[in-house]
Write a protein that binds this ligand. Sequence first.
Ligand SMILES: [Zn+2]
Ligand SMILES: [Zn+2]
Length: 359
Amino acid sequence: MEMTMEHTTTEVMNDDQRTKIIRREVQLASKEIRAKYPFLQHQNAIGFFIFSFSIAMIVLSAVLYLQGTIGVIAVVLSVAFWTSLLHELEHDLIHYMYFKKNKFMHNLMMLGVWVFRPMTINPWFRRDLHFHHHRTSGTKTDIEERGVTNGETWGFRRFITTADILLGGVLRGNIIRKDIIEAVKNGELPKEQALVFKKVKMYGMMPFTLALYFVWYFFLAHYALHFISDIFNLGYQSPAIIEAQFKWINPLVAILILPNLFRMFSLHFITSNMHYYGDVELGNVMQQTQVLNKWYFLPFQLFCFNFGSTHAIHHFVVNETFYVRQMTASKAHKVMQEQGVRFNDVASFLRANRFMKAS
Ligand SMILES: [Zn+2]
Ligand SMILES: [Zn+2]
């Protein structure tokens, strides 16, 4: 009899109630961890420690590479790993997790996480895109996720624009622009928000991001020319002034550009596939994400701090730091699984990240 009652209750429970249950359990798990390890209350200090330590490790890797102690693969993997911690800090900073009341320290950290991850959008601009992502996840105005290929069919285009947000922006800019204009017309998106998107598009990549993408394209074009010339024996020689630039371009590519592109590929591959797109009910957290935590995602998770496993938890409970979220992940996953959040729905990769409510 009791079994039947329980069964009936589960049946009639809607996604709102399920979301509340998950939220309550995750918040409880955070509370328990914080009670068990009182040092976690020193949130600003912990954040600043991770920030300084990661930057120190990036600088150390760069020095070792420049001295010839470590090779290019080692520097790329090391910087990609440490900048992935800076990405988590950036996301926490966007949600005002560190130095909320100390503007100087807060902005110093925002600047630091950008300078060492310079292929990304200015974090002060990204804050608005990201808050909009939480409000509209999975719908056509969720620019943040669409900007990293979420909702697209897999193919060569998606592959080459997974890491490269500038090329991605150029290739899909028109489609997204049309969707935004339509959403404003339909009253689905406030005009002010559309104007903010326009501002982000115009200024969000200035100055570091744009400059570094151009250095990267210049690097690619230069070596491609030499490669083609070598194959066909064309004897191409680039002018001395151009050759001279590669004294600083080569190390910059090894130390900063390649590691960030590699890290962004890992992160964007995971995030664009763990968020559902297109047929998600506005504001329904149960439909917004899935958990990707199978072993075969590990090579990517290593360079995005286990994002596939933990970002879905963040959609339920926004105000928690990334390391506490990681510490409570197993409890969170348990209740999420009980309430029907999807895990490792790899078939969604083949349906352009559609949720498909009927399935
Ligand atoms: Zn998200
Ligand atoms: Zn967030």
